[in-house]
Design a protein around this ligand. Structure first.
Ligand code: PMP
Length: 313
């Protein structure tokens, strides 16, 4: 690892190892924080690290903060500048994962949102593949239902809500699967513990709508656009039943951490003979090319980090 893990805390930039907060921090006790995961992807040929759709992540962070009645005094431009500076200073020449957060920073006890001071922090670490996608992943329908919007705002990426994801992920992994798929209270397919889900049938792509309690993923939007623009394949947003996953031609997941991940079995039902299907394979390739700057048409999604040595030819 050549590079330094860096953090932005209380308005200052420092090595991640020095970034400390009090054990009385409100967010630690009550899950009162909202966050994002942003990737910067390394292209060895370009000798460049590209931040992917940073602005969209900060737009979602702002909405999440709004849902928890938080102040986010920094503008989107300032948030982007802080992030670029942090990644640049870290000096990594490999894939990194950036974790921005708005958290209730006040050192006080009391379960509430109002009248509790908040702050912005950000840090980054090198991070490669989240799921081992060689040969596709094995998923299982969770016994845990995806959090309903009546309980916790599902469109906001709230730290406390991730106990739902953690329960499902642990249940799946300790039972020998790679990932969990959660249904909503209606029994319809919602999403993975940290990914959105898609199926392909007769050349059409389907994915659950936001009203089925999903977090509306930025990778999800990216894949919908790539499928439409590059493959001429529309994505239909509609409620999906569990057994549609079993019987689909192809099933895949998307997420910042997971990229485009082919699913080779659902509840032990093998999908497409265990092989990655043709549309999933094309989307995986298109997505990977786009995030490392090998697709000019999508350069507007990228923010190059290193100004020295960068060539765009
Ligand atoms: N659902 C959940 C619960 C997630 O945590 C994530 C990861 N942020 C996603 C979906 C995918 O969202 P994105 O593509 O924006 O990373």
């Amino acid at each position: 690892m050549s590079g330094t893990e860096m953090a932005y805390l209380k308005g200052e930039v420092m090595p991640l190892a020095d970034a400390k907060i009090s054990i009385m921090t409100h967010a630690l006790h009550y899950g009162t924080a909202v966050f994002e995961g942003i990737r910067a992807n390394w292209n060895a040929e370009h000798e460049q690290l590209y931040l992917f759709r940073m602005r969209e992540h900060y737009e979602r962070l702002r909405k999440s903060a709004h849902a928890l009645m938080m102040d986010l005094p920094l503008s989107d431009d300032q948030l982007c500048e802080i992030t670029i500076d942090l990644v640049r200073r870290s000096g990594f020449k490999q894939d990194v994962y950036i974790r921005p957060m708005v958290y209730k920073s006040a050192e006080l006890l009391g379960v509430r949102l109002h009248g509790v001071e908040d702050d912005f922090l950000c840090f980054l670490i090198p991070w490669g593949a989240y799921l081992d996608t060689t040969g596709g992943v094995h998923v299982v329908t969770s016994s845990w239902r995806r959090t309903e919007d009546q309980s916790i705002p599902v469109r906001a990426k709230v730290t406390g809500a991730y106990i739902n994801s953690a329960l499902a992920k642990t249940e799946a992994e300790t039972a020998g699967f790679d990932e969990a798929i959660m249904l909503n209270e209606d029994g319809h397919v919602s999403e993975g513990s940290g990914e959105n889900i898609f199926i392909v049938n007769d050349g059409v792509i389907y994915t659950p709508p936001s009203s089925d309690n999903i977090l509306v993923g930025i990778t999800r939007n990216t894949v919908v656009e790539l499928a439409e623009q590059e493959l001429g394949i529309p994505t239909v947003e509609r409620t999906l039943d569990r057994s549609e996953l079993w019987l689909a031609d192809e099933v895949f997941m998307t997420g910042t951490a997971a990229h485009v991940t082919p699913i080779s079995s659902v509840d032990r039902r093998v999908i497409n003979g265990g092989e990655t299907g043709p549309i999933t394979a094309q989307l995986e390739r298109l997505y990977f090319d786009a995030i490392i700057g090998n697709r000019d048409a999508y350069a507007h999604w990228l923010t190059p980090i290193y100004t020295d040595g960068y060539t765009d030819d």
